[in-house]
Design a protein around this ligand. Structure first.
Ligand code: E4P
Length: 232
């Protein structure tokens, strides 16, 4: 299972790269706006270079399938590790599967995004998407079971031998992270703050604190037994 960061914050990406657990990064227009990446090309190139050869997903920002195709081709030139995010349908419900398929046939990797149902996921896989992004939080917003959707998508892929990877995004709690991991997600894309919460634990902190206190005490005992009273 891979872990991506769902962010456009360069400092956070550097931090998690340094921990050695980062497999990629995803953004969308809202994330870039929130994280101050107003110049999309500049921020995208910076992140792509920083995480290379790990993948960076960048989303098209138009409602017109033809323009999506043009944007996708342009984005792909910004770096070898760019993955183009194409919504499964546009805001009018027009399927964007032809855009997914055309870019894939041009050897451009596609992350088909805004997936809320099994049907959408299956059609994206058939159109050739490298990734299909299931929006767990938004699925749950509508009262549906995101774990069930992830499990069924994973089972369908296995049954029919499609290689599309399930990215689970729209993650809002650490419980969401764990549920998605267990349900069969290939990739979890997680906001940096939540990834920080996932690694943190009060009991780990107090355990480490106790170990440090006892280590200090043992060292003082050793010094005392050697006739030295000054602390290290
Ligand atoms: C990831 O690829 C998605 O764009 C992102 O996780 C969406 O999250 P949201 O539902 O919190 O906006």
């Amino acid at each position: 299972m891979e872990i991506f960061l769902d962010t456009a914050k360069v400092e956070q990406i550097k931090q998690w790269l340094g921990y050695g657990v980062l497999d990629g990064v995803t953004t969308n227009p809202s994330i870039l706006f929130k994280d101050g990446g107003y110049d999309i090309q500049e921020r995208t190139r910076e992140i792509a270079e920083l995480i290379y050869p790990r993948p960076l997903s960048v989303e098209v920002s138009t409602n017109e399938p033809k323009e999506m195709l043009e944007q996708g081709r342009a984005f792909a030139k910004w770096g070898d590790n760019i993955v183009v995010k194409i919504p499964v349908i546009n805001e009018d419900g027009v399927p964007c599967l032809d855009v997914v398929n055309t870019l894939t046939n041009e050897n451009i990797k596609v992350n088909m995004t805004a997936v809320m149902s099994l049907g959408q996921f299956i059609l994206g896989a058939k159109a050739g998407a490298t990734y299909g992004s299931i929006f767990a939080g938004r699925v749950a917003d509508e009262g549906n079971d995101s774990s069930e959707l992830i499990e069924r998508s994973a089972r369908w892929l296995k049954t029919w031998g499609y290689e599309t990877k399930i990215i689970v995004g729209s993650i809002r709690t650490t419980k969401n992270i764990q549920d998605a991991a267990v349900a069969g997600a290939h990739v979890l894309t997680i906001p940096p703050d939540l990834l920080g919460k996932w690694v943190d634990h009060q009991y780990s902190r107090s355990t480490v604190k106790q170990f440090n206190i006892d280590a200090k005490k043992a060292f003082e005992q050793l010094r005392e037994s050697q006739g030295v009273t000054a602390s290290p």
